[in-house]
Design a protein. Structure first.
Length: 439
């Protein structure tokens, strides 16, 4: 049951939902906290919200309101610049193709000291296009798209696009023939605290009972050991704290106690000379950022009484989508929101790696994830992508402009489900898309 409330200057849709959902669907649909959080947590949440939105600057600064430590090499000035309104990043502007909300991960064959991907000896683990004064940006990634048309059995034509990556202004010369490259778009950040609260045992137990899908095991910097990976497009981070600190280090050039070294290689002397000597993301700011990520609610579902949605949900299961996009998980203890402990959540993800075929392969390993492997992305909030000024560019590299395109790119372990989708009637496909639009 929905009721509409018209307020001055804004239309909100209120829906009854789960305690972890945000019932108010508007321009802040991805940015509100769970209801019921205590005052201390909410203060940290608001501080983290400010850090997520504020642009970092090169230090020192005379303006006490500014946060300093940017660079020496970086991709963007703030988190929100890529995760637009806490949702996805936009695909590059077709006018110039510059990948502004994306990152390009780099590597070479082999492993680093922790078993992760071996970084490029000159450019490091990520190509950062911007640099502080006196530090050359490493280069720019340019993305063009090649269109290819596919025709469904009922005659409907769908245009798919494949990204074609090139580089310009490389500051230290060519990347080399043996470089491994992965283009990655910014994913949504809401609901991450809920995924963190799913016990390892539940993820591993589900994996053991399936014929496809497997966990990634990655290095936990704080614990100094290998751990189950669950965050990142290849499940390459073990927990939310490390995911956040790693993003600050790689994308904005901000050091922390987890990642204290500047994001400069030994070959980048100007970068190393310009790097700060102090930790730039204090433990207090890291904890505030963690509170923000943990407290973000998930948009409530919509249109549950629509018969097409009910039909589409049945088709979603029947054609095999639910085998990887697992509907229900159960939370363990949630210390900051104890009323959520033991709650069933519906992320539509198993948090496992799946072989998605050559068409989506990126050529780069990441711990136990191979080039064809990607973590099943959660689908909650999917139906609001493209609304309220948020981008709607799907898959790990933003190639899919619609959910239909995203499904048709599925191969490997998802080949059977994609073929069954192709074989649906037009009305059945519309029902399935209506269900996905309700999430």
């Amino acid at each position: 049951m929905r009721r509409r409330l018209l307020l001055p200057f804004a239309l909100f849709v209120l829906t009854a939902g789960a305690p972890y959902e945000n019932p108010k669907l508007d321009g802040d649909a991805f940015s509100r906290p769970f209801a019921g959080l205590d005052g201390g947590f909410l203060r940290a949440f608001r501080q983290g919200n400010a850090l997520f939105r504020q642009a970092w600057v090169i230090g020192p600064s005379q303006d006490q309101s500014e946060i300093t430590g940017l660079g020496p090499l970086y991709n963007r000035l703030s988190c929100i610049a890529c995760h637009v309104k806490n949702g996805r990043g936009p695909a590059p502007d077709p006018e110039n193709g510059i990948a502004r909300a994306m990152v390009v991960r780099l590597g070479l064959p082999g492993r680093d000291a922790h078993g992760g991907p071996s970084p490029h000896p000159t450019y490091g683990g990520q190509l950062n296009p911007e640099g502080n004064p006196g530090v050359a940006g490493e280069g720019r990634a340019i993305v063009a798209f090649d269109e290819v048309e596919t025709r469904l059995p009922d005659g409907e034509a769908v245009s798919l696009r494949r990204p074609r990556l090139s580089f310009r202004d490389l500051a230290y010369g060519p990347l080399g023939d043996d470089v491994r490259i992965s283009l990655r778009n910014a994913p949504p950040v809401f609901g991450l605290g809920l995924l963190e609260a799913v016990p390892d045992e539940e993820i591993l137990r589900y994996a053991a009972g399936q014929s496809r899908g497997r966990p990634n095991h990655v290095y936990d910097m704080a614990a100094g050991r290998m751990a189950l990976g669950r965050f990142g497009l290849k499940a390459n981070q073990p927990n939310l704290r490390q995911q956040i600190a790693n993003a600050f280090a790689e994308d904005i050039g901000i050091s922390s106690h987890l990642f204290p070294e500047p994001n400069c290689t030994a070959a980048q002397s100007e970068c190393r000379a310009a790097a700060g000597r102090e930790i730039e993301l204090s433990d207090a700011r890291l904890e505030a950022s963690l509170a923000y990520m943990r407290g973000l609610a998930v948009p409530a579902r919509r249109d549950l009484s629509d018969p097409r949605v009910a039909k589409g949900e049945t088709l979603f299961r029947d054609i095999g989508c639910a085998a990887c996009h697992r509907e229900t998980m159960t939370l363990g203890e949630v210390a900051y929101a104890p009323w959520l402990s033991g709650t069933e959540i519906h992320p539509y993800s198993d948090l496992l790696l799946h072989d998605m075929g050559d068409g989506l392969a990126d050529g780069r390993e990441d711990f136990e994830a191979g080039p064809r492997d990607w973590r099943t992305p959660p689908l909650w909030g999917l139906g609001l992508a493209g609304r309220f000024g948020t981008p709607a560019d799907f898959l790990h590299d933003g190639r899919a402009r619609s959910v239909t395109e995203a499904i048709l790119w599925h191969a490997g372990e998802a080949e059977d489900a994609a073929q069954r989708f192709r074989g649906l009637t037009h009305a059945e496909r519309e029902a399935l898309l209506a269900f996905l639009g309700s999430l």
